[in-house]
Design a protein around this ligand. Sequence first.
Ligand SMILES: NC(=O)c1ccc[n+]([C@@H]2O[C@H](COP(=O)([O-])OP(=O)(O)OC[C@H]3O[C@@H](n4cnc5c(N)ncnc54)[C@H](O)[C@@H]3O)[C@@H](O)[C@H]2O)c1
Length: 460
Amino acid sequence: MRIVVVGVGYVGLVSAACLAHLGHRVVAVDSDAARIAALDAGGMPFFEPGLQPLVAAGRASGALRFATQLDEAALDAELLFLAVGTPCGNDGSADLRAVEAAFAAALRALRPPATLVLKSTVPVGTHERLRRRLAASDETRGIALVNNPEFLREGSAVRDFLRPDRIIVGADDEADAQALLRAYAPLTDAGATLLRMNPRSAELAKYAANGMLAARISFINEIAQIADATGADIEEVRAGVGSDPRIGADFLRAGIGYGGSCFPKDVRSLIHQAGAHGLPAHMLRAVDATNEQQRALLFERIAAFYGGEAALAGRRIALWGLAFKPGTDDLREAPSLAVLDRLLRAGAQVSAYDPVALPAAQRLLDAPGLRWCHTAAAALDGADALAIATEWGEFSAAEPAGVAAALHDAAVFDGRNCVPADAWRAAGLRVMQVGRPAAGEVPAGAAQRRRPNWNNSTMP
Ligand SMILES: NC(=O)c1ccc[n+]([C@@H]2O[C@H](COP(=O)([O-])OP(=O)(O)OC[C@H]3O[C@@H](n4cnc5c(N)ncnc54)[C@H](O)[C@@H]3O)[C@@H](O)[C@H]2O)c1
């Protein structure tokens, strides 16, 4: 089929490359000319495992093309996916400006019969509102509108798209969905579950899925706080809870909170949507508040260890992990950035390393006191303590003896419970994790001892 995808971000580029892989002819359009030029030159705008070969194969066969202008690309399109961003507005609402702009451009460019597919995550009622606009003029009445929320996860996006748990198709009537169902036929023929529903349900199902996953994370983090206070071990608790098949162990990892481009904004958008109907959204507010509290945890632990925020001035902290989760270079709402910001504001020096997200971080940030490092070992060089903000496999597998030899204060703040704590303690390190008893055993201010004359340190 002839398909256009508007928005060449994490969702749009993966969708375009996968649809081309499934045998369609795809033009991927983005208003960011630099992004399109880079793709045309064989580059990739972000890191996503398995995506680059798929894009390269699509370009080589001619099945996948890139463009900055919709007009020519959409002329003979049967399907046009809108996959632009829907970030969080100041009041928590979804900012639909990109959707509105792309929708208007699509209406100008499409020639009926054609189907517009809303793949962006949009508040309940958006489909209905846009459909009324299509129905308002003779020129656009022949354009069908379908809601098709995306559930891929960064880090496994290609696999998720090609082997989805479910494909949700929200359409007002049977005919509207036909072209989209044909596009997905290679997936549904191979056994993918197709869920047909009304567009409002499709819109809410997407938000509810992210709200549920965020709720599980905040729930286990709240239990981790209780474990910290009572001496229970959250990893043992997780095993005890997660082995119940009604509950399951996924998304029950304690840590320094969720981040990324979806959970924070989708939880807030849900709260906003509930508010618009006079609903209090008690649970979702608690999910968000617990996450905010958890994001501060790593910094607070480090500050407490050194005897207060003021004592951080001049200390060098190695920060391992910048991406909001392993497998991606996405830094949007990454908890690492909250830690980094607080450390720098407290006057600490930070040596930051991430196996994949370093270039993205370098483009985003620059500050006195911040040193970018190209290896985990380089970040430890001259550091007093180590903070871990992303659970990359390379960190769990690091050699603790080397870490112990490098760190002046032998202190490790593992915000993701990802290092084998016993082995690291056996190497002489103090390892503080989330919701695990040893964290409480280290008295606050235990590291008030200080090495002499480091840099501009004001420490005694
Ligand atoms: N990232 C994820 O893991 C994920 C997963 C599922 C759903 N979603 C949803 O999918 C949507 C897209 O998310 P994303 O992470 O891919 O966003 P993104 O920010 O990575 O990409 C959006 C792209 O759209 C382009 N764009 C914006 N306005 C445009 C316009 N008018 N015309 C052409 N291009 C335009 C931007 O330049 C950018 O490249 C969001 O609604 C998000 O909530 C994201």
